[in-house]
Ligand binder design. Structure first.
Ligand code: 5GP
Ligand code: MG
Ligand code: MG
Length: 197
């Protein structure tokens, strides 16, 4: 168990499992893009570790660029995505591989989709290390997925909670307070005014 700011987190995904997912994705990317001279675009800040691991394993010619977008405050998506650092690279006619740490609501993807279409890329594929199918509400295909996870807040391997936790080499999930259910719904037959103690 670890504590970041005011919240407690428990181990969720080991370094070994993360590495296995990355190897699986990298094998596919080498097969599908090995001779296409793709441009990898990492979405900062969260994808920096994932991007580095994927790019290290790519054997063909490639270029690497980053965009910086932000939508999260604390443990919740604000629903509004802001571009904090744009693309300054010519992408017209290029094959782009987008590298995301995690796809949650998909708001960030919609924003990037617009940026890439405007840049007239030849085609692009979305690669994400983590994917929350229960939270995803958009139609943009998520082409390569490392791991599907439940709709829980995670930190580590690039992902932060208000700035902390990005350096953790394994992934932790927010610790659920088992008392919450009891306090919210009460034991069977509990009436108004019952207090959890
Ligand atoms: P979306 O726009 O798909 O809702 O969210 C994408 C971004 O929100 C991710 O790139 C990441 O920065 C942040 N995010 C979504 N889910 C989580 C999570 O469980 N933990 C953390 N730390 N960030 C998340
Ligand atoms: Mg991200
Ligand atoms: Mg964040």
């Amino acid at each position: 168990m670890i504590k970041l700011h005011d919240l407690e987190f428990e181990p969720f995904i080991s370094e070994r499992e993360i590495t296995k997912s990355i190897e699986r994705i990298s094998d596919k990317l080498n097969q599908d893009f090995g001779d296409k001279k793709p441009v990898f675009i990492g979405v900062l800040n969260g994808s920096f570790m994932f991007a580095s691991e994927v790019i290290k394993r790519f054997h063909g010619d490639c270029e690497i660029s980053f965009v910086k977008l932000g939508s999260y405050e604390g443990t919740e998506s604000t629903g509004k995505v802001r571009t904090l650092l744009g693309l300054n690279q010519e992408l017209k006619g290029r094959s782009v591989i987008l590298l995301e740490d995690i796809v949650d609501t998909g708001n960030t993807l919609v924003e990037i989709d617009q940026i890439l279409k405007k840049a007239e890329v030849e085609d692009y594929k979305v690669v994400t290390l983590f994917y929350k199918p229960e939270a995803y509400k958009k139609n943009i295909p998520v082409d390569y997925i490392g791991m599907e996870i439940p709709n829980k807040f995670i930190v580590g391997f690039g992902l932060d909670y208000d700035g902390l936790g990005r350096n953790l080499t394994q992934v932790y999930k927010r610790k659920e307070n088992k008392m919450t259910n009891i306090v919210l719904f009460g034991p069977p037959g509990a009436g108004k005014g019952t207090q959890a103690t």
